[in-house]
Design a protein around this ligand. Sequence first.
Ligand code: AMP
Ligand code: TRP
Length: 339
Amino acid sequence: MTLPIADTGADAGPKTYLSGVQPSGLQHLGNYFGAIRQHIELPAREPAEHFYFIADYHALTTSRDRDELRNRVRETAITYLALGLDPKLATLFRQSDVPEVQEITWLLATTGGLGLLERAVSFKEKVERGLKPNIGLFLYPVLMAADILAYDSTLVPVGADQVQHIEIAQDLAASFNSVYGEVFRRPSALLSKEHSKVPGLDGQKMSKSYGNSLWIFESGKPLAKAIGKIATDSRPPEEAKDPAGLLLFDFLALFLAPSELEDWRERVRRGGVGAPGYGHLKQRLIAAVEERFAPARARRAELLADPAEVDRILEQGARKARARAVATRDRAFRACGLR
Ligand code: AMP
Ligand code: TRP
């Protein structure tokens, strides 16, 4: 199968894919269509190095509950494995199992200009939403740059909201290299062409921190309840409508085959007797979500019952990832005079 991916142009040479997701909440449909799906499908079709990790250091900028964090790290690992990540093709690991990224963070912080962080949109947005920022939240993009550069990553598959962070990583690499020579490789963002910004149930970007997300494995009554929340209006089914303006169709587009999607669109556009109402469309969406993730839900249940297997995969991943990061850290230390 070909993936809808837009490549923003990496450097030449062997490719290394890397990405991370925060365990600061349950992984949702935005995470899946914007990022995780690529993390699972790319290793199966691109023979290259692939590193995917659970960004638990980053999650600490907002998490305050140790049990919850621990559970969510495990849940995130299970999510990847249940959805089909093959640990033989991709290295899955926990960010904090590679402490060298903290050393690289510091080196990047000593050569990067402060203006880079002051311009970071995601930080400004969080503050505008009322979050009282800690120092870690401000430094967040530097740690993220270290994550990327530690593994000599060339391609970083993420949703659109992370693109600026990857540009910051490019700039931080360039600043360090301009002082000390070619230590870090230049990474590029890799965006899902169709789904780089999945809307939430309220029409804003779906986000773990906005209370508008739908968990990938939601099912039964809670799923019906969540989909019931998707914003609609009071126009009757018979009234002809432009489907392009309907949030429900953004969701249906994630799941339905193009021909079926076009069929529903056409019936809504036409209106009249027998045209589907919002309730009808929501029922179709519920059935599609149930069906799409049914096999993964079953695998998730198996993995929940086998914690030792999940630990084994994470430990193996950490060993491989760490060897790479140690080599990069040593190279960077030598370049700047720490060794
Ligand atoms: P986060 O939940 O912030 O850890 O994001 C993990 C990954 O999912 C990142 O690559 C994000 O860009 C991506 N992502 C998060 N929310 C969305 C969304 N609503 N649409 C598309 N991608 C998203
Ligand atoms: N900041 C990313 C997010 O919230 C998670 C992340 C941390 C990441 N380090 C990374 C993504 C390195 C890509 C590469 O989505």
